[in-house]
Ligand binder design. Structure first.
Ligand SMILES: *Cc1c(COP(=O)(O)O)cnc(C)c1O
Length: 488
């Protein structure tokens, strides 16, 4: 698998690069992204042959088909990271919540949110490459809550990798904050930033653009890379569980090979949904991918009207903060795949200059062949969480945005798989609210939910509240550069 660029080639960068290059230096010509030049085909024989396979075996055979420049024994080690999940043979358990609806739980990894699915094996591979090239890499992350813990967890004590992680002080849940500030390893550096997530992200952007910072890291012979979902090293691992969902439904006797299903994806940066799109393109029988958003419903407008318009919007804080996103990065990869690099560059230039772009009617029709979309308000999410709690299924507020899409958007009678992206323990005050409780702190909310439902938090969550705090720096955003320079 070779990688090419969504906005075309500027003649300064190579025309195509191997997987290792695309993940070590993920920025492509004209500010674009790397995408695979071609995708392997997952035919019926592949799907049938894996009916009894473990997740690991499906993943391994899929990655073999992708033909990436990573040795098989390294891929094998990377996939061993799923042994850190509750059940290595079935890291993404599926629960039936309606006759024609399953929930695939992507949160059974070490940080209890779906970011582990990709960041765990990706972290292993990135650190392997860094070691192989005898090169030190700095990974900078700004997080609204789930990416930070998952990035720190995957890179803790990783050779040749240093992590700098910035979170908005007061802008995350207690559990998310504790997961970051109690993570101890010499190569991890965590800072709370005064302000909200936007402030944090903008501070990181200006740090990365600063000459002083870049010459400081160059003089130390450190290179910069990124672990956010623009990195294809994450996307490749987010294709696998969609294939697995389909195979599991066959195994359950819910569907026959060739029968189409709906995938319902709670979306922010569109990495999860992009993985579903690639799985569909490769041959998994998917009727449509139903995108679910919260009130930051820019993706709903994009898919329903063909408009991507930032000018009329301000970011709204919702109870599903991991989806409080307006500039959804992986949308660009869909634009490229559907309309080519010339048009993608045109649309992305419009977005940068005017803050908006519009697809033509023909383009919108093409987009809607694969996607449909809806959004839920916070109140609607709470109602859905309460409804399913009564039936005995507890879901987090991100997952809850999917119920409306499942109920309203299917125009065929086909089975749906909803992706659950976080465990209830990560957003416990909201989950408690759906169960009739009112708590501002996670610890009390968790106890309340435990009492009400009999669910028990995982040990890693419970122990967080007694763990020693390692990273206690809260800084002004003006001081990020100084702090980062001092750790280098
Ligand atoms: C990151 C995240 C999402 C959004 O996923 P994308 O791949 O960015 O669309 C949804 N829910 C939770 C809990 C997340 O952490």
């Amino acid at each position: 698998m070779q990688f090419i660029e969504t906005r075309g080639n500027d003649t300064l960068k190579p025309i195509s690069v191997p997987f290792s290059k695309a993940i070590l230096s993920p920025s492509a010509s004209f500010g674009g992204l790397y995408v695979p030049e071609s995708l392997p085909r997952l035919d019926d024989a592949f799907l049938l042959a894996h009916k009894e396979s473990s997740y690991r075996d499906i993943a391994f055979d899929f990655l073999k088909l992708c033909d990436i420049d990573i040795p098989y024994d390294v891929i094998d080690e990377a996939l061993k990271r799923y042994e850190l999940f509750d059940d290595a043979n079935d890291p993404v358990p599926m629960k039936k919540i309606e006759d024609d609806c399953y929930v695939s739980e992507l949160y059974h990894g070490p940080t209890r949110a779906f970011k582990d699915m990709a960041l765990q094996p990706f972290g292993y591979i990135l650190s392997y490459l860094a070691k192989k090239h005898d090169q030190k890499y700095l990974i900078m992350a700004a997080t609204s809550g789930d990416t930070g813990p998952a990035t720190l967890e995957t890179f803790k004590d990783a050779p040749n990798v240093i992590v700098g992680c910035l979170y908005p002080d007061g802008g995350t849940s207690d559990v998310q904050r504790l997961q970051m500030i109690t993570e101890s390893a010499d190569n991890l550096h965590v800072f709370g930033v005064k302000g909200d997530f936007d402030d944090t992200q903008n501070a990181l952007k200006s740090l990365l653009a600063s000459d002083e910072f870049n010459s400081a890291i160059a003089s130390k012979e450190i290179k910069l890379s990124a672990a956010n979902s623009v990195n294809f090293g994450r996307i490749i691992f987010q294709i696998i569980y969609h294939i697995y969902s389909y195979i599991r439904l066959i195994k359950e006797g819910q569907i026959k090979l060739g029968e189409k299903i709906y995938l319902v994806v709670p979306s922010g940066n569109f990495g999860n949904a992009l993985g579903a799109y690639y799985a569909k393109k490769m041959g998994v029988y998917i009727e449509k991918i139903l995108i679910s958003s919260n009130q930051n419903n820019i993706l709903t407008d994009w898919i329903n009207k063909g408009e991507y318009d930032l000018t009329s919007r301000d970011l709204i804080q919702t109870i599903s903060p991991a989806m409080d996103i307006l500039k959804s990065s992986n949308v660009e990869r869909i634009l490229y795949d559907k309309f080519g690099s010339k048009r993608t560059k045109e649309l992305m230039d419009d977005l940068a200059k005017k803050g908006s772009y519009a697809l033509t009617d023909e383009e919108l029709t093409l987009l809607r062949e694969d996607f449909d979309a809806s959004y839920s308000t916070d109140d609607e999410c709470i109602t859905m969480m309460a409804k399913y709690a009564k039936k005995g299924y507890i879901m987090d507020p991100h997952t809850a945005t999917c119920i409306k899409s499942y109920e309203k958007l299917r125009d065929k009678k086909a089975t749906a798989v909803i992706y659950s992206t976080a465990e209830w323990t990560k957003f416990s005050p909201v989950v408690a609210k759906a169960l009739g409780g009112d708590f501002s702190r996670d610890l009390e909310a968790i106890d309340f939910i435990k009492e009400k439902t009999g669910l028990k938090p995982n040990n890693t969550i419970k122990s967080l509240f007694n763990k020693q705090i390692i990273h206690n720096k809260i800084i002004q955003k003006e001081n990020i550069k100084k702090e980062m320079l001092s750790i280098l």
